[in-house]
Design a protein around this ligand. Structure first.
Ligand SMILES: [Fe+2]
Length: 436
């Protein structure tokens, strides 16, 4: 049947297979049971080519919970009955009528950056497709924008384009970035805080936040020259403050929630051109691992590693944990990478594990296959950043590293500025941008 969905007509043990009828200009979905063997059934991730051979069906209970009629004009649940005096929850109000759900709505509630409930006007999350890349396929010229256009509040289209590049490729190169921390701060505003820019700014009672850099142990924005950091009471024990090479990694793996963006501005490169930057698409690496060894992929999505950072000089002891490859629990799609060999501490088997040796052998084997992909030169994008270049990477997807650099006698030193931004803020900006 082609009419709009009516989930409560289903038995609770039935799952929904949604078939898109490509011949109609307004796609609709139909029901069928879980046992329905129709090869034409389509994944709900129509805008995201899944990394799995097929995506699971949405259970009716989930669609039931996403019924827009259960939400008020402020997008809060209106089916929860609460005692007016005590605030005690009494239960759920039953008997809501169902609104017809469009196919786009169903697409939007099962994407890698999902909106669990959209408003009653059924605006939907319609992001562009993800583009997985290797060193030779990264379209760096089309991902290059001018710094001034992205930070200009009146040029919302350039900021939107920058956010779109970060969504599709996880990487953005900006030219002509001023060599100051304030320029990095201003750039961070383009990717954080509210998506609506008021000009002139509204009074303070309305203007709630302009957000900006994520505050970390390295400060808010940071500036380094060779082996020194400008500023006080910020940590410099990280290997990034040396002249050594840095293996590919994501930053702040020892945070419970690692940053969304790493913004890195080149103020002054080494005069001899050494110290080139390296980048790698972690989603592509995960896709390759899943393809060549599904068992290893599975191990790295399930094994929880601890990461740690200790700086005795300034007094920091940070610990976070998570799998190297984070996948959506339901769809299995890759949604995050947490990888740093230098900060990773270890992992433990389940308490009930009967063969501990096998556990560690399998984990080490999976890590070796992962390392083989990460170390493959073909997968790496290498660039010698020039003065005024600024690279922005989605830190939950794209790894970064650096080749070693050398300084000539009397040379002023390699100098950079940078900052991080919050992951939740970035995802908020993406939802606002792509919800139509
Ligand atoms: Fe780093």
């Amino acid at each position: 049947m082609h009419q709009a969905l009516a989930p409560r007509l289903l038995k609770s043990n039935q799952f929904i297979s949604l078939t898109r009828y490509l011949s109609t200009s307004q796609p609709t979905y139909s029901y069928s049971s879980l046992n329905h063997d129709d090869k034409a059934d389509r994944s709900l991730h129509s805008s995201h080519p899944p990394l799995l051979p097929s995506s699971p069906h949405l259970p009716p209970q989930f669609i039931d919970s996403a019924n827009p009629s259960n939400y008020d004009e402020n997008f809060q649940r209106n089916d929860v009955e609460i005692c007016e005096e005590s605030g005690v929850k009494r239960g759920l109000i039953k008997g809501k009528e169902y609104t017809n759900l469009s196919s786009k709505y169903l697409d939007s509630i099962s994407t890698p950056h999902p909106i669990s409930c959209t408003p009653q006007n059924l605006k939907t999350f319609q992001p562009p497709s993800l583009s997985l890349w290797t060193g030779s396929t990264l379209p760096i010229s089309s991902l290059t924008l001018d710094y001034s256009s992205v930070v200009d509040p009146s040029s919302s289209s350039a900021t939107s384009l920058a956010l779109s590049h970060l969504y599709t490729h996880g990487l953005l190169l900006l030219k002509n970035s001023p060599p100051t921390e304030s320029s990095i701060y201003n750039l961070s505003l383009s990717f954080t805080g509210p998506s609506i820019v008021f000009n002139p700014p509204p009074p303070p009672s309305v203007y709630t936040s302009n957000s900006g850099p994520l505050r970390t142990l390295y400060g808010s924005t940071w500036s380094t020259t060779t082996n020194s950091i400008q500023g006080s009471n910020t940590s410099t024990s990280d290997s990034a403050y040396s002249q050594s090479s840095l293996p590919l990694h994501t930053d702040n793996t020892y945070f419970n929630t690692p940053p969304g963006l790493q913004i890195f501005g080149m103020v002054r490169p080494a005069e001899d051109g050494s110290g080139r930057s390296t980048y790698l698409d972690g989603f592509k690496a995960a896709s390759k691992l899943r393809e060549i060894c599904p068992q290893s992929f599975n191990i790295l999505t399930k094994t929880i590693f601890k990461y740690r950072y200790i700086d005795d000089i300034t007094g920091w002891h940070l610990e976070g944990c998570g799998p190297i490859i984070e996948v959506d629990n339901y769809s299995g799609e890759v949604k995050g990478i947490r990888h740093n060999d230098l900060d990773r501490v270890g992992c433990l088997p389940d308490a009930g594990c009967v063969d501990v040796s096998s556990f560690y052998n399998e984990v080490n084997s999976a890590l070796q296959k992962w390392d083989d992909i990460v170390n493959d030169e073909e997968n790496k994008f290498v660039i010698g950043l020039k003065e005024g270049d600024c690279v922005v990477v989605y830190n939950r997807r794209v790894m970064h590293g650096r080749e070693s650099f050398r300084l000539r006698e009397g040379e002023e030193g390699r100098s950079i500025v940078g900052c991080y931004t919050g992951a939740d803020e970035l995802e908020s900006r993406w939802r606002c941008l792509f919800t139509k």
